[in-house]
Write a protein that binds this ligand. Sequence first.
Ligand code: ZN
Length: 349
Amino acid sequence: MKAFVMKKLDAVGFMDKPIPKPGPNDAVIKTTRALICTSDSHTVHGAIGPRQNLTLGHEAVGVVHEVGTEVRLFKPGDRVVVGAITPDWGDLASQAGHSSQSGGALAGWKFANVKDGVFAEYFHVNEADANMALIPPDVPDEMAVYCCDMMSTGFMAAENAEIPIGGTVAVFALGPVGLMAVAGARLRGAGLVIGVDSVPERQDLARAYGADAIVDHTKEDAVARIMELTNGVGVDSAIEALGSELTLQNAIKVTKPGGTISNAGYHGKGDYVSIPRLDWGVGMAEKTIRTGLCTGGRLRMERLIRLLQTGRVDPTRMTTHTFEFRALDKAFELMDKKLDGVMKPLIVF
Ligand code: ZN
C-alpha cells in the first residue's frame, strides 16, 4: 500500500509499506477520507523529535478491512470513525478518567507518534471496540472525519472551560480548534462568546459558529476590548486555542476571579511558560487553569456524530481545499506554509 511519511526531520514523501495486520483486539481500516492537521506540520519539524519513515496523519475515517478475533462490535465493510487519540482503556490513567494520558503524559496519542498514522491506504487501530464508532448512513465521511480531532479537541476546550449557562467566554485564536471551541461554547450554553483573531475569513466562520463579538488583536488591545465588552468584569471562561505564551497570559488577564482558563493550544517553544502574577491574583484569585489533549474513544465519537446527525454543527464549513491522496504532498505543503487561506485540507482516497 501507499503511505505518506515523514522521511526524516523536515522531509516528507510517499513510500510503499505492507498492509498492517490486526492483533486480537484490533482492526485495520481502509481509509476513505482524512484531514491534515497543523500538528502534522509540528511533527515533521521536530515537535516529537526525529522519526524515520513514520506515516503521518491522525484524522481519518474509512471502511473496516479486517478485525481481530476478539473484536465484537465491528465487521469488515462497516464505515467507521476513529478518534485521533486511541487510548489503552485498561491503563490506570484511563480508569482515573484521563484516557488521553494512558501510558504516560499525552501517550494516548499513538497515530504518527509511536505508531504509523492514517495517511495511508490502510491503517491499524488498537482496541477497536473502544476506539472507533460506526458512522450512520446519513452522515457523510467528509463530515464525520471532523469528529477525530477538531470537534473533539474544540469541544473539550469548551467542556474544560466550565462555562456557566449564560456565562461569558473569550476564545483566543480562531483556527479550526478555536472555531470548534466557539461552537462548543454555544452548545454549552454561553450567553456571550467573544472570538479573537485578525483573519477576516476566520472571523466570518466564528460568527457563523456562534461568536457574538469579534476582537481583532492587530487593531486594538484585545485585553482592554474584552474587559470593555464585559463591563470591566472579565469573562467566566477563556479558551486558549493557539499555543502562545502571550495568548495564555491574555486569557488569564481577561478571566474574572473564580473563572476558568482552558488551554487547548500546543505550547511548542521554550522550557517555561510564565503567567502574569498580579492578573493571576498572586495565586489566590481562584482562577483555574485547565489543560487537555483531544479526547478519544467510542463513546466520545458517538456523541460527536449525534451532533452531526441532528445538525447542531456543520464542521465542513472549515474545509477550504480538497486533494486526492496521491497529491497529499501538495496539500501538506499548503498546510505547512499556510498558503491560500488554508484552514483544513480534505484528502480523498
Ligand atoms: Zn489533528
